[in-house]
Design a protein around this ligand. Structure first.
Ligand code: CA
Length: 230
């Protein structure tokens, strides 16, 4: 494994180099976007660890340029920015994962190992579970190869669930992530919305993916959670 580390903070950079070397991976540190592009022109890296705040260009811009020229090297973004918007933008420009600072080294390494394991076919910003695919940048949704037309809020719900596959999410979490603070949804808004998405996603003859966990919430998964009816 060979890792390109793009980080302009000297102390953090030195520290990360040591940590990555301890995992028995080769690592080349660079301090800016120009250095990263030059390094990647000459070397075929297995992973890129990318700081967003660089002196010469935004890390998002760098990531976008890499993807534009067809480079599919897995990119993990490091950033002090906590905003959901930045995270979404990072994934939209083709980053594969995102880790807010400060982070635990054990989590960074676990995420790098996970990225290193991923086959090239599943890399990229398209979210997928079984035969359900959602492209966050083009807003195209497909199930079993057939397009699914969703309203903006239905899309937001499905994207949220696809970003948390096989995790039971509560109605409160859905309310928080799918509606903004300016909108006061009616009491059963989540259930109504889930029902609409389910009718579109789990068409007759397809394996049901959107399951109800009674008294808790919902889960998007290949099979219903044990002990719970749909
Ligand atoms: Ca920085």
């Amino acid at each position: 494994m060979r890792v390109l580390l793009v980080e302009d903070d000297p102390a953090l950079c030195d520290f990360l180099v040591r940590v990555i070397q301890e995992a028995a991976w080769a690592v080349d540190p660079v301090v800016d976007g120009r250095g990263a592009l030059a390094a990647m022109a000459g070397t075929d890296y297995d992973l890129v660890v990318l700081d967003l705040g660089l002196p010469d260009m935004d890390g998002l811009e760098l990531c976008r340029r890499l993807r534009e020229r067809g480079d599919r090297t897995p990119v993990l973004i490091l950033t002090a920015r906590q905003a959901v918007n930045d995270r979404v933008r990072g994934l939209d420009v083709g980053a594969d994962d995102y880790l807010p600072k400060p982070f635990e080294i054990s989590e960074l390494m676990a995420r790098l190992r996970a990225l290193a394991r991923r086959p090239p076919a599943v890399l990229g910003p398209v979210l997928q579970l079984r035969d359900l695919r959602l492209d966050p940048s083009s807003h195209v949704v497909e199930r079993d190869g057939a397009p699914i037309v969703l309203t903006a809020r239905e899309f937001a719900l499905l994207e949220y669930l696809l970003r948390h596959p096989r995790v039971v999410v509560s109605r409160g979490q859905i309310l928080e992530h799918v509606w903004d603070d300016n909108f006061d949804p009616v009491a059963n808004a989540v259930d109504v919305l889930v029902g609409r998405v389910r009718r579109k996603v789990d068409r007759e003859g397809l394996v049901p993916l959107l399951h109800t966990v009674r008294g808790v919430g919902y889960v998007l998964a290949e099979r219903p959670p044990a002990g719970h009816a749909r």
